[in-house]
Design a protein around this ligand. Sequence first.
Ligand code: ATP
Length: 372
Amino acid sequence: MSSKTSNAFHIAAMPGEGIGLEVMEAAQAVLEAVEARFGIAFRSETIPGGAHHYRETGATLPKDGLARAGQADAILFGAMGWPDIRFPDGTEIAPQLDIRMHYGLYAGVRPIRAIPGVPTALADPRAAGIDLVIVRESTEGMFASRGKGEIIDDREARDTQVITRDVTEKLTAFSCGLARRRKATRGTPGRVTLVDKANVFRSFAFMRQVFHETAAKHPDIEARHHYVDAMALDLVRRPWDFDVLPMENLFGDILSDLGAGLIGGMGFAPSADVGDRNAMFQPSHGTAPDIAGQGIANPTAMILSAAMMLDWLGETRSSQAATDAALAIEKGVDKAFGERGLRSQDIGGGHGTVEIGRTVAELVRSGAADPA
Ligand code: ATP
């Protein structure tokens, strides 16, 4: 690793474009507060990239961008991609997918947690207790076919799903570890539920078999499975009953947007892409060209992604300061929207990107958000 002491971290900051630039600035204000409060030192290196970068230079990232990102302790990513700027074959510019594939970031961790004061989509009072995590497998599944699908003729096209034992074992072990850590730190039930379609497809029956074989090595964790169609229903009917939900890539793509819809929208949905050695942290949303440059983007997803980065650094680098800082950011967000009554524009309020970032930063810096 590039950093010598456990409380000094080298961060590759990749703000990207659109609202990625704006929410990254807000998250950086919070990380400055973390440095002041928790004695952590960040060495932040900015790496440009995205669709506009492609238009200007002919490449989506600088030549050494991928390598530099991989040398950092963690990658903090804003958003990249722009509707009108595409590759000659019409596909989107998405360096985040290249980073995921290059560094084998198989676990797409997408927490769905109700934030105090933020209206949930469900009227049931139990919705305030929504606290689950979708673990979207991010290197194979249906997306393994990205760029490789076949157009047979003008009447038929095919994409093929790939599920491997190796990645399913890693995904399951990761999910069990996450459920264990959540049980210890948040009192959640320690339950992992695989979401699949094993009644129809052989690849999913295989995935389920490997999942249960692997989960059996984690006897402290309860392992279940659930069909994806039933899960779509139950995420709306009783989302408060679920804990950690590993699933195939495309299922995770769809259900994590549904999950974000439950707790206020994309502006509140952080994510982490974790591999054996590297990890990237980014909001679940994209560049949102319709609101870019207006200062109204909700930076909460980005700020909570920075908290996930600190939590991961805390765990993998044995840094209690980083673990504490992660909890403080989460608590700062809760207090900003709860006690302080902040309302971002995406939930009908008038507080802008900078104001939300500053409020969370001030709560963290002052100690008002220190973990208990
Ligand atoms: P991508 O495919 O790159 O994920 P997308 O087409 O799904 O992008 P997003 O950029 O994620 O689109 O956003 C969809 C819409 O949601 C935006 O156009 C915007 O109106 C809204 N939105 C997304 N993120 C935020 C945010 N942080 N704050 C406020 N509104 C947001």
